[in-house]
Design a protein around this ligand. Structure first.
Ligand SMILES: CC(C)(COP(=O)(O)OP(=O)(O)OC[C@H]1O[C@@H](n2cnc3c(N)ncnc32)[C@H](O)[C@@H]1OP(=O)(O)O)[C@@H](O)C(=O)NCCC(=O)NCCS
Length: 161
């Protein structure tokens, strides 16, 4: 379900202050403005076990890797953005991160059948987060080691597995 004001956002702690701050202070507000959508996994009451945030964006043709830019028009191109993802520390290591990532990619794939985009992009906070995403075929953007992408074609392939 999408995040709501009644959810206990202040109690959420994934161990990364910037991710906590996003959920606690900006996720609902940005959703109200239709800038992003945050989906939460609840523990039973209104406690949040994990969440992810999706948004849309654009990437300049010149910033795309050759495998994405080939044959594309030389302008800003639409992308999906996996903006945030976190699991409360109480639930780390129970595969919730994988489940949330899988669901976020399913959401992107479904949306991409109506609102086309060329790839899913995300920015990693650190090397650990980067390893987490690279297990799912996300690739590094040349020249920007903490920005990862998954082409829509790769997403299609993943969804068929
Ligand atoms: C990254 C995070 C979402 C993983 O959640 P989790 O529920 O603990 O992960 P899972 O139990 O689903 O683990 C799935 C796999 O990822 C690996 N993994 C989990 N956390 C990892 C991390 N921080 N670094 C590298 N690998 C990690 C696990 O070892 C497991 O791999 P395996 O299949 O080889 O055993 C969680 O640690 C978190 O919330 N971290 C803080 C916020 C953050 O960094 N978010 C991402 C950037 S926005």
């Amino acid at each position: 379900m999408t995040v709501e004001r009644r959810h206990r956002r202040k109690a959420f702690d994934c161990g990364e202050p910037t991710v906590n701050d996003w959920l606690r202070t900006r996720a609902v507000q940005n959703q109200d403005k239709h800038l992003s959508t945050t989906r939460v996994l609840l523990t039973g009451n209104d406690d949040i076990a994990g969440f992810y945030t999706l948004a849309t964006g654009q990437v300049d043709f010149g910033d795309l890797p050759p495998e994405l830019s080939r044959g594309m028009p030389r302008r800003a191109l639409p992308v999906a953005i996996l903006a945030w993802l976190g699991v409360d520390q109480r639930f780390h290591g129970q595969r919730l991160g994988d489940r949330l990532l899988a669901q976020s990619l399913r959401d992107c794939h479904t949306a991409g059948e109506t609102f086309a985009f060329v790839a899913v992009f995300l920015d990693c906070l650190n090397d650990q987060a980067k390893r987490f995403y690279q297990r799912w075929d996300f690739q590094e953007l040349p020249g920007n080691p903490y920005r990862l992408f998954l082409s829509f074609q790769m997403l299609n392939t993943l969804m068929k597995k």
